[in-house]
Design a protein around this ligand. Structure first.
Ligand code: 5GP
Ligand code: MG
Length: 183
């Protein structure tokens, strides 16, 4: 596995877009901010930055969705670490790092709607619409990206690279001239 030398999205670009997303969200919820549901673990960095741009009334809870092993989705989504806060009657905003096949977000949406919230929307930092396997439209999307496996800013490859401030493409295969093997 080789990581691209140049980031697909550098930290400045990410931070600028996250601030814009916060503005879009504030405008979409004039009557009060939604309860933000951060999807563990990949969305933690995104959620932390986004929430700092929202008002002090912003609330956050967490849910875990797992579907990936290595760089391929297993197709089976397991939800765990369910939020302790009540969703009933609340406007809920799911914060995703990336919507790929859409299966994780679809599974979380289905679970969330079963809690009888007032509304549920999806905000994703990255959107890979070309990979969609189920019908899923993100209500807010930071960047639409092509079909690359990316790491950084929360996103991992076998639990590594989450802490990178920028987002890189992970290239498979040998002899990738543009890539360097990360330590
Ligand atoms: P989906 O269920 O939409 O196929 O995938 C959603 C989850 O898979 C994301 O929340 C993320 O954790 C993981 N995922 C999808 N695409 C990528 C990618 O390009 N890189 C990484 N690191 N994770 C991904
Ligand atoms: Mg995820």
């Amino acid at each position: 596995m080789h990581m691209s030398n140049e980031p697909l999205l550098d930290a400045v670009k990410i931070q600028r877009r996250v601030a814009e997303l916060a503005t879009e969200i504030r405008e979409a919820y004039p009557d009060g901010l939604p309860l933000c549901l951060c999807v563990l673990k990949g969305s933690v960095f995104f959620a932390a930055d986004l929430l700092r741009h929202l008002d002090d009334g912003a609330e956050v809870d967490f849910i875990r969705a797992q579907s990936y092993a290595g760089t391929s989705s297993t197709g089976q989504v397991t939800l765990s670490h369910l939020p302790g806060m009540q969703l009933a009657g609340r406007a809920v905003l799911i914060l995703e790092d990336i919507v790929d096949t859409g299966r994780s977000a679809a599974a979380i949406l289905e679970w969330a709607w079963a809690q009888e919230p007032a509304s549920v929307q999806v905000c994703t930092l990255l959107d890979k619409p070309s990979r969609r396997a189920v019908e899923l439209r993100a209500d807010f999307a930071g960047f639409v990206i092509p079909d690359h496996f990316v790491v950084g800013y929360g996103m991992d490859y076998d639990e590594r690279y989450r802490n990178l401030p920028a987002i890189y493409v992970l290239e498979s295969g040998e002899g990738s001239k543009s890539g360097t093997e990360p330590e």
